[in-house]
Design a binder for this molecule. Sequence first.
Ligand code: ATP
Length: 453
Amino acid sequence: MSTPADTQRMEKIVSLCKRRGFIFQSSEIYGGLNGLWDYGPLGVELKRNVKNYWWRVMVHERDDVVGLDGSILMNRAVWKASGHEDTFTDPMIDCRSCKARLRADQLTEKKGAKQCPVCGGKDLTEPRAFNLMFKTFVGATEDESNVTYLRPETAQAIFVQFKNVLEVSRKKLPFGIAQIGKAFRNEINPRNFTFRSREFEQMELEYFCRPEEGMALLDYWKEERLKFYQNIGLARDRLHVMTVSDEERAFYSKGTYDIEYDFPFGRQELEGVAYRTDYDLSQHQKASGKSLEYFDEETKQRFIPHVVEPSAGVDRTVLALICDAYTEDEAPDEKGKMETRTVLRFHPRVAPVKCGVFPLLKNNAELVARAKAIVDLLRPQMFVFYDESGAIGRRYRRQDEIGTPFCVTVDFETLGEKDRQLADTVTLRERDSMKQERVKISELRELIAARIA
Ligand code: ATP
């Protein structure tokens, strides 16, 4: 349950996201569109860093995974075979009193009676199945033969390209195909900021294996994925693993874990790790009439591989990172008086801006030139922000608020005016501890690069 303090914290986070350019409402000047969001200049950096790190650990740092970038629109037959056309539904209920449209599992209960969570009304319709896929037409005629859907998950492109990828990559089981891309779901009730959106991005791995390896790989991937979230800075004690019960699990799955995170609005799913058996490939083999079997050269057996799927949401991960990083502490202002400081304590690996670079004074050509040279020095390896306006303390605060882990200040000591020993050194200031150290310019790039890797 969220407390008033949690609600207030969430409001501050949403407001910071807009004020500093992380996340805006989509089509805002026209009143927005429910469940749709745009990532601003800082949000897009954060999101890219998350996706790049996922790609790095899931594809580049492994010998057993290759990538794919499938199309969003696919032949409608894909969605028939996968079961989405018939069963990708949520039970929808209408409140006759306030006209709210609700998902059946969002109802509240009082003394055994189901209630509308918006108005408390008990006059509710029976649940009806509502298909979450966005329907569209391919080609000029809007008739049934041209219908398809915006993909509601990225996974199906991987299943239907399984044979092509297997042939070109020449991988042996177990191996995986990874993909990052947009997915669309016409959610009945989008809410909690970007948590439940109608357009979002997924990072999915389909890890194909022999049937007897499935259960062990399910546990292996659950642990790998937990490590991932810790490695991008989420606190371990806010991460939880929920074993999905037999009743709630998809009928074809032999085991599913949800990795959950304690958001200010409650504990909610970040990622599902599911052992999906051979369900998907079997369905597509049956429907397409094309073999999706694997031939084991050693045993000379042919069979449909099983699959374990860690399926994560980019937007939910980004939201968890922002919520986890948001901190208010105390720091002295220019005159030494304590004031509240808002800091996003992002792990340097995901922080949108890695380093702020400041000349002490903007009207000193030499300081400005040295600071700009440092920007050029760092830029090939990291995203840098140059700022010359306002007092240094203010500039630090602005970077703290967007989570920049390091700031470099060029001062008169850099020019060697006070102490020859300090020539060609700068102040490197760390965001969380606010500690400052004197560092040689020649060592700066490697020092920061090692900390953001
Ligand atoms: P939920 O139960 O929250 O609707 P789900 O179990 O249907 O999620 P999956 O189909 O397992 O979700 O999708 C995998 C991941 O995709 C989720 O763990 C989540 O991170 C992300 N995801 C799914 N739906 C949404 C959405 N509407 N908005 C943002 N991310 C989503």
